[in-house]
Design a protein around this ligand. Structure first.
Ligand SMILES: [Zn+2]
Length: 541
């Protein structure tokens, strides 16, 4: 059996390449972990996930404890066998989801009591129970059970929350059963307050863990603050232990974080985008529902080895999404995970070659070029539409062109309509709110990547529990099904007859930028004091 550990194979500035050694095999770092919320990376077989180059996946304690139940998974041989993933699995602690349940959960110093989004039954999670569940699942890497306050929050609230999380970290460690090749990670909290981050990092190292995660970032603070917090926090962590940035993020977030010494990431962005017709590429993102792809015989990316690119055209994928065929999300998830894994492999190789900075410049230049092209396209389309409007005709996709004079060239991304998010680059801060709007897609809370799908799950349930059809997805509104559960104003009053899970598995036709802007508003949540908390981690920008 292999001892758990991380060994360096190369470094370039603060960035490092290495190998994570685990009981379930080695993983090259930096690495991206696809999110397998409920024992599956949505729309992908385990073989398909492996073929993208993924070495480790993430599972969600909250979902698995409720359905099918941790003890059942254990009786069936553990999560590796259950989902046919013999490689390493990291499980989150469930804390983030239960905190996100808003009125459905009650927090005390000992733990959290909450109602299941599946059937309304009452459950309790404590540091001990969370650790026990992750053990039953046979998680290769167990995460500490921690707490995050609703955001925005003042420094005092963040400090109180962080200290509670540190007490829970000690209890989580106490409950952890050490085994050869297995690990438990502590989570550094403290918001964007340097002194709190320092206190948290020290407290965790006094307890002692096999690895350290940075949580509580990408909650709307913006990429600059996130990276600034990494600048402060990462050097506080021991060099010889793996470092995991939770729930992040966009390709540009990953790049900036790798440059600051992060080794591990998870995020639902590539998988969720794949289910909503958005493709990540070296030149930004594409919306394959857009009419301009309808007759395009070329691949999404000519140099991508995934089946979507090798065997199919953009036109075919466009057709699949327009026809709501399940194969569309399957192929595009495959492509997006391939893109993320190629991105990580490129960074690893660049670190080993000592050329990460020029490699980063090349990546960012590609994203920027794609963004510029799309902006030009949008501007051109806005002009064309204005001309059509003058002639009283419709857009080429049959959509009536809104006659509002406000939708002029000053808002090309909205006015473009059909081409909506084709313009969105992959980057972070430099592209501002457009990216945020795109990236918050579907996440009721800004996001913790691995937990985002979960949140959508929990969110749909919470709104379900809140009663009536209010919480049900509006078939005409792709954003509706994935809104913040906290937005449902009433407390739980029953679950009968509501198909909660349907929202999660449901494939929403991504509509337009307008919907994305709505989501952005939702995710920001500034006008909703009832919101339990922002996504504590995740590529929220
Ligand atoms: Zn591809």
């Amino acid at each position: 059996m292999t001892a758990f550990g991380w060994t360096e194979t190369g470094r370039d500035g603060r960035a490092r390449a290495g190998v994570l050694h685990t009981a379930h095999g080695p993983v090259d770092t930096p690495t991206f972990m696809p999110v397998g919320t409920a024992g599956t990376v949505k729309a992908m077989t385990a073989d398909a996930v492996r073929s993208t180059g993924a070495g480790i996946v993430l599972g969600n304690t909250y979902h698995l404890m409720l359905r099918p139940g941790a003890e059942r998974v254990e009786a069936l041989g553990g999560l590796h066998r259950f989902m046919d993933w013999p490689g390493p699995i990291l499980t989150d602690s469930g804390g983030f989801q239960v905190m996100s349940l808003g009125a459905l959960r009650k927090l005390d110093a000992d733990g959290v009591t909450f109602r299941s989004h599946v059937d309304g039954t009452k459950h309790r999670l404590t540091p001990e129970r969370s650790t026990q569940i992750q053990h039953a699942l046979d998680a290769t890497i167990t995460m500490c059970f921690d707490e995050c306050p609703a955001l925005p929050a003042d420094a005092e609230t963040i400090a109180r929350s962080m200290r509670l999380s540190m007490r829970w970290a000690a209890r989580s460690r106490e409950a952890f059963v050490a085994r050869e090749g297995y690990a438990q990670f502590g989570i550094v909290q403290g918001g964007v307050e340097p002194e709190l981050r320092t206190e948290s990092a020290r407290a965790l190292q006094e307890i002692g863990f096999e690895g350290y995660a940075v949580g509580g970032l990408a909650v709307g603070e913006g990429q600059a603050l996130m990276l600034g917090t990494l600048d402060h926090t990462v050097p506080l962590l021991p060099w010889n232990r793996p470092r995991y940035l939770m729930g992040v993020g966009t390709p540009d977030d990953l790049l900036g974080s790798v440059q600051r010494g992060i080794d591990m990431f998870d995020c639902v962005m590539p998988t969720r985008a794949g289910r909503t017709a958005r493709a990540y590429t070296a030149r930004g993102t594409l919306n394959l529902r857009n009419a301009r792809h309808a007759a395009d015989p070329g691949p999404i990316e000519p140099d991508c080895p995934c089946p979507a690119c090798v065997r199919h055209s953009r036109a075919y994928l466009h057709h699949l999404f327009r026809a709501d065929e399940i194969l569309g999300p399957m192929l595009l998830t495959w492509h997006n995970l391939s893109y993320y894994q190629r991105l990580m492999r490129g960074m690893r190789e660049a670190i080993l070659a000592g050329r990460l900075d020029p490699h980063a410049a090349m990546l960012r230049s590609g994203w920027a070029d794609g963004a510029a092209e799309a902006a030009a396209r949008s501007a051109g389309m806005a002009g064309t539409r204005a001309a059509r409007r003058d002639r009283g005709t419709a857009a080429d996709d049959g959509t009536a062109v809104p006659a509002s004079p406000s939708l002029g060239s000053s808002l090309p991304t909205v006015a473009a309509g059909d081409d909506d998010d084709d313009h969105a680059p992959v980057g972070g801060a430099s592209v501002g709110r457009i990216v945020a709007a795109q990236d918050v897609d579907g996440r009721p809370f800004l996001e913790h990547g691995p937990r985002r799908d979960d949140l959508a799950d929990a969110g749909s349930v919470a709104s379900d529990l809140a009663g009536g059809d209010r919480g049900r997805p509006d078939p005409e509104d792709p954003a509706a099904s994935e809104r913040d559960p906290a937005a449902a104003p009433e407390p739980a009053n029953g679950t009968a007859g509501r198909g909660v899970a349907g929202t999660v598995d449901r494939i929403d036709p991504p509509r337009a930028t307008a919907a994305l802007f709505r989501e952005e508003t939702d995710a920001a949540g500034a006008d909703d004091p009832a919101r339990p908390r922002g996504p504590r981690t995740g590529g929220a920008r």
